[in-house]
Design a protein around this ligand. Structure first.
Ligand code: ADP
Ligand code: MG
Length: 418
């Protein structure tokens, strides 16, 4: 079914693999026939020269949209794009998104230049059941980000039912995410449900062995998630810029590698906690170093106790890859966030490529793999491996919040299953 719509299976989740723990009503739990349904989607896609560059977030919302159309609803879509800060900014108009959906996706859709008011009322009135309407960028209205109840009420007046399918925005208490739920029966879309199911499953009932692969550049962003993961995983494999804070915390000198000095104490706490809980905490044993982050820089492989001053670690080394691959080959569940190196540059991309390949291979053998993080997703796409992963989360900040165990306001506001 997924393939018929051109939606890669990985993007809508493999529901049979995990048990649903989702406690909120979904579109399946309400009668949408002959109803006007307002759907908050997250079409905050990258746009370059007026063209949609990556359509993942659009395609991810298609199952909900198609379901509502097939079941006889008028489908009214609302989203934000970029950060226009409460005023009309031409470059953030949704016309490129509407053109893309019409022309490339092949879903006929009418787009308006406003989000509430007379023009919208008339357009909704004129819709046939099964039609799709896209409202203008809701962040053109200052009331969106302040969760203004007047804006929420106007949006709600367009519809009979509200559906939240904007997982990537659900950590924000905005008018089209939270405020609107005060005025309408409010349920989840399929993407939202699938995201929460996959991420909560990692924290509540993962199949073991469960390995997390963590890289990327900011330890401080990930501390909360690492701490939570320690309660659930069997091992953590580290790489990327963040591993140097841990290496330094262990007393190694890391040259000019990325280090967050103020996180050194926290890094020691985490290392100790991992030890106490019996979680294997893997740090690279060798790294690729260079004097600058550029494609022209000359690079070499050194063991981590041999990083000279003036050099920085920019990828995990071959010895480390030889340790990480067999570790991943034992995993039944894998969570990956953050590239192993500066994968954007070929010289420093091998570690990320090999780890991504190992995760893809293990997925083929039946492991459940979940990837979070915009850059990790970009790496998968660059390597052409995104369809070999069980589930790629569409929400960076929101997915980290779920893994930290924080309830998302946009999910909390929906109706509980009866
Ligand atoms: P994600 O978006 O998947 O959560 P992050 O945003 O945390 O990942 O980190 C991605 C960035 O980290 C990439 O742009 C990559 O170039 C950078 N990075 C990876 N390894 C290193 C390193 N050793 N030194 C500096 N930056 C790194
Ligand atoms: Mg990132």
């Amino acid at each position: 079914m997924a393939e018929d719509r051109g939606v890669p299976e990985s993007r809508i989740g493999k529901k049979e693999e995990i048990e649903s723990m989702f406690t909120k009503k979904t579109v399946r739990d309400v009668d949408v026939n002959k109803k006007r349904v307002l759907v908050r989607v997250d079409f905050n896609v990258p746009i370059r020269n007026g063209e949609v560059e990556d359509d993942t977030r659009i395609r991810s919302a298609l199952p909900t949209i198609e379901y509502l159309r097939e079941n006889g609803a008028k489908v009214i879509l609302v989203t934000h794009l970029g950060r226009p800060k409460g005023e009309i900014v031409e470059e953030f108009r949704l016309d490129p998104v509407a053109d893309y959906i019409n022309e490339v996706i092949g879903l006929p859709l009418k787009k308006l230049d406003t989000s509430v008011g007379d023009e919208v009322d008339e357009a909704v009135e004129a819709m046939e059941f099964g039609d799709v309407l896209l409202l203008e960028n809701i962040r053109f209205y200052p009331g969106e980000s302040t969760n203004d109840s007047e804006l929420a009420r106007k949006l709600a007046s367009l519809a009979d039912i509200y559906v939240n399918d904007a997982f990537g925005t659900s950590h924000r208490a905005h008018a089209s995410v939270v405020g609107v739920t005060e005025f309408l029966p409010s349920v989840a879309g399929f993407l939202l449900e699938s995201e929460i199911d996959h991420l909560e499953n990692l924290m509540k009932s993962p199949r073991h062995p469960f390995f997390a692969v963590l890289g990327g550049n900011k330890v401080s962003d990930k501390i909360g998630v690492i701490e939570k993961l320690l309660d659930n995983v069997d091992g953590i494999l580290t790489g990327g810029g963040m591993c140097f804070t841990f290496l330094k915390a262990k007393g190694l000198s890391v040259g000019d590698s990325l280090v967050e000095e103020e996180q050194l104490g926290m890094a020691r706490v985490i290392l100790k906690k991992a030890q106490d809980k019996g979680v294997s905490f893997y740090l690279p044993s060798d790294v690729i170093i260079a004097k600058e982050i550029s494609a022209e820089a000359s690079s070499k492989v050194v063991t981590v106790d041999n990083i000279p001053d003036g050099w920085m670690g920019l990828d995990i080394g071959p010895q480390t890859i030889d340790i990480y691959r067999p570790a991943l080959a034992r995993a039944s569940t894998i969570f990956w966030n953050g590239p192993m190196g500066v994968f954007e540059i070929e010289t420093f991309s091998e570690g990320t490529l090999q780890v991504a390949k190992a995760i893809a291979e293990q997925t083929k053998k039946g492991a459940l793999s979940i990837v979070g993080g915009g850059d990790s997703d970009a790496a998968l796409k660059r390597f052409g491996l995104e369809d070999n992963i069980s589930f790629v989360s569409t929400g960076g900040g929101a997915s980290m919040k779920v893994l930290e165990g924080v309830d998302l306001p946009g999910v909390m506001a929906l109706e509980d299953k009866g």
